[in-house]
Design a protein around this ligand. Structure first.
Ligand code: PEP
Ligand code: MG
Length: 757
């Protein structure tokens, strides 16, 4: 169709402009008429206006023709963010023939943007004043041409004056209520780290709550020794309750998380010294502060990381005791049903929040290790990472709705939005519990085995309910991460035995400690490394700390006594020598256990994670030595493409469909098949709808995914023809460029979409 932009490229006639202003009943409808008019002239199905608000330093979608109307006022971008933000910041036109291919493109699922390929965006400005951005979009690839750039400049310069007025008026608070609205943030787009919905009151967990340690407290001179004793008793009870919550939710951590707290409370020099000071006339509040400060100073000065950690425990304890002196609570401690907003979290924080009954967690200044994410998912608690430090200033008790699946945060959501989510959450819960088939087959009746990845014992019941055919990966590092010292052989034995008992007679693949790198153990005294991901991590750590490794292997072998199908996996193997060395440790442990006449399992299989590019070159030899392979695509992609899996800045370089990744996976599968050993995929790729067809197409028949993904993965497999998947994989493997691989992937996805309807 011919666009109306041929020239005068494209001056609206004056009556059209006048109609815009006079024909609109309010400011919103003026903008709606404006987008409608522009869309009509460009014969574009989508036209949208984003306006800039200086105070919040954000662009907000204010009117759209073609995108979902409910996205208006809900989508925000910072200057520089996405193509829209870039056009605004650089004051230049952005024209893309296939916008989704531009790494800078920010896609908003809730706006329904997916079908639109061509994208033309122009900043709206008046003199030097930046007002916003106007965007037109079209389904056809390369729909907009150079001449359209000129036309859109002309259009926007004509509209800018009126839009500017509309913006100023819209920003004037309309009612007193509006003026007093506590949360100007409204809607924030973050990145989804752990899915699910949560509605609750905000609790900002930032430093200020520690003010109780330093600020004068009302009537602090009037407190007595009895008040002090009561405050300590209440603290002990509070910690016991928290501990109980933990034990129920996390058997691995029972009685451990607050061990240090209880020990400090028992220390005569701590509570006893406080009592002495009070007896000598110091007021109880100052006595607590004085002794706590002394302990904190000693611990903080320690050269050992695990000792420095104790300073935090003392601080936490002092805050708890002081908060029990008066009716004043801890200000911003987590409460049951609340949404925790924090600057930073560690795995142990997640556990503390969850045991306190927090419903969701928002990280207000980005940056999180992938294991915090994995832990949040295991605990089924939504986690969103938002680069929005303004969240830390949010008043406590503000209503927050989190959509962890999309990374959306709604502040003070209206009733309509809440209802919508409640209905959605209800429907998903039903779908979640919908009965799954016992076994999984493709449409043309080829068998695929679906297993579960487990990080915590609390996930086992869900894996069983959702008919996982075994555990394809048990990450043993979590019991190590959440403790304050290395767990003993006996403690590990109890955990592993529980896992094997609960899964029997199904197979369990249990991985040895994959610590180090971003999964640093707070209590390990390893020196800080410049490149931890390339450092002393994983199997390297285990082989260097032989005693820790042996305790773990012994615990596994003993817990596996009398069980079938127990498989031990070594992570991050880089050479045959390393693999043989790890295997030898197992054989040595078996010898020791038989000398000690302890029961254990001699028939465990020994396999390896395939995660490093170095393994590819000698994959056949590995297949001769290993009983099975498990492909850890998360690390495989990270190391093959040298793109840190948790660094947002290189997210565009982390490309699961990269030809090197595709060919690498195919090569691993071929070697496994040639040597008749089992191979499974347990990285995130195994639950990605887009990559499952390729994995099956190259011959992978076992996928291991987080339990909550099992229904979706089964549905995807059951909707596929293996013959089609094979053809598709062959086509993918023929590609030499990322662009080529992406277009084959897109074409395949489109053909599936067409089939489904
Ligand atoms: C992987 O690397 O794909 C994997 C499953 O291991 P982890 O995510 O624990 O590193
Ligand atoms: Mg890995």
């Amino acid at each position: 169709m011919q666009k109306d932009t041929d020239y005068l490229n494209l001056l609206f006639d004056i009556s059209e402009l006048a109609d815009l202003v006079t024909g609109s009943s309010d400011l919103e409808s003026f903008l709606e008429l404006a987008v409608d008019l522009v869309a009509r002239h460009f014969k574009a199905p989508v036209c949208s206006i984003y306006l800039y608000n200086e105070k919040s330093n954000r662009l907000t979608l204010k009117a759209t023709k073609g995108l979902k109307p409910e996205a208006v006022n809900k989508i925000h971008m910072k200057p520089g963010e996405g193509l829209v933000g870039r056009s605004f910041e650089t004051l230049s036109i952005v024209r893309e023939g296939n916008a989704s291919q531009n790494p800078g493109f920010k896609y908003f699922k809730e706006a329904g943007e997916d079908p639109y390929n061509s994208f033309l965006c122009v900043p709206i400005k008046r003199g030097v004043e930046r007002i916003g951005v106007l965007v037109v979009q079209h389904r056809d690839l390369n729909y907009f041409e150079m001449s359209d750039e000129r036309a859109i400049w002309t259009v926007v310069s004509q509209l800018a004056g009126s839009i500017e007025n509309a913006r100023l008026l819209m920003e004037v608070p309309q009612t007193r209520e509006d003026m007093e609205m506590s949360a100007p943030l409204g809607f924030i787009k973050g990145s989804a780290a752990s899915g699910g919905y949560a509605l609750g009151k905000s609790v900002v967990l930032d430093e200020p709550h520690k003010s109780i340690l330093y600020d004068p407290m009302a009537k602090e001179d009037e407190f007595t020794k009895t008040d002090f004793i009561h405050a300590v008793e209440k603290t002990i009870q509070e910690l016991k309750d928290l501990q109980k919550g933990f034990a129920e939710r996390l058997p691995e951590s029972a009685s451990l998380i607050f061990t240090a707290h209880f020990m400090i409370l028992k220390d005569k020099n701590f509570i006893g010294k406080m009592g002495e000071l009070i007896d000598n006339g110091l007021n109880p509040v100052d006595a607590v502060r004085k002794i706590a400060a002394k302990y904190m100073a000693v611990f903080s000065a320690s050269p050992h990381a695990y000792m420095r950690e104790k300073a935090q425990d003392v601080e936490d304890l002092a805050v708890r005791i002081l908060s029990h002196f008066s009716s004043r609570d801890q200000g911003n401690a987590c409460e049951k049903g609340s949404i925790a907003i924090a600057r930073q979290v560690f795995p142990s924080d997640i556990l503390k929040y969850v045991s306190a009954g927090v419903k969701g967690i928002i990280l207000a200044s980005g940056g999180v290790t992938s294991h915090v994410t994995i832990l949040a998912r295991s605990l089924q608690i939504p986690l969103i990472i938002a680069e929005e430090s303004g969240l830390l200033n949010l008043p406590g008790n503000t209503d927050i709705l989190m959509d962890g699946d999309l990374g959306n945060i709604y502040i003070n959501p209206d009733q309509k939005t809440v209802k919508l989510f409640e209905t959605k959450a209800g429907a998903e819960k039903e779908a979640h519990s919908a009965s799954m088939e016992n076994t999984t087959w493709t449409r043309d009746k080829e068998r695929v085995v679906l297993m579960a990845n487990i990080n915590l014992l609390s996930e086992v019941p869900l894996a069983r309910t959702l008919k996982a055919e075994g555990i394809g990966l048990y990450r043993t590092e979590f019991p190590f991460l959440i403790r304050s010292t290395f767990p003993s052989e006996a403690e590990q034995y109890i955990i592993y035995k529980k896992l094997f008992d609960e899964m029997a007679p199904l197979p369990v693949m249990i991985r040895t400690l994959d610590a180090g790198g971003e999964k640093a153990l707070a209590y390990s005294d390893s020196p800080k490394e410049a490149n931890p991901e390339l450092g002393l991590r994983s199997i390297r750590f285990s082989l260097k700390h032989r005693d820790i490794f042996e305790f773990q292997i012994r615990a596994m072998l003993r817990a596996a006594a009398g069980k079938k199908e127990i498989r031990i996996i070594f992570p991050l193997i880089s050479s045959i020598d390393e693999f043989l060395e790890a295997k030898q440790v197992v054989y040595d442990c078996m010898d020791d256990l038989s000398k000690e006449e302890l029961e254990f399992n001699r028939d465990v299989s020994l396999g390896m994670m395939v995660e490093l590019p170095s393994v590819l070159a000698t994959i056949d030899e590995f297949a001769r030595e290993a009983d099975f392979f498990s492909i850890g695509t998360n690390d495989f992609i990270q190391y093959l493409l040298a793109a840190d899996r948790s660094n947002k800045m290189v997210a565009d370089h982390y490309i699961p469909c990269h030809p090197a990744v595709n060919r690498g996976i195919a090569k691993i599968e071929e070697a496994a098949e040639a040597h008749h050993i089992e191979v499974s995929v347990c990285g995130e790729m195994a639950h990605e709808k887009d990559y499952i067809p390729f994995l099956l197409g190259v011959g992978i028949r076992t996928l291991s995914v987080d339990p909550q993904f099992l229904p979706m993965v089964q549905k995807t497999v059951m909707g596929l023809d293996m013959a089609v998947a094979r053809q598709y994989a062959a086509q993918m493997l023929a590609q030499t460029t990322v662009k080529g691989a992406r277009s084959v992937l897109d074409a395949f996805k489109n053909s599936l979409d067409r089939k489904s309807g």
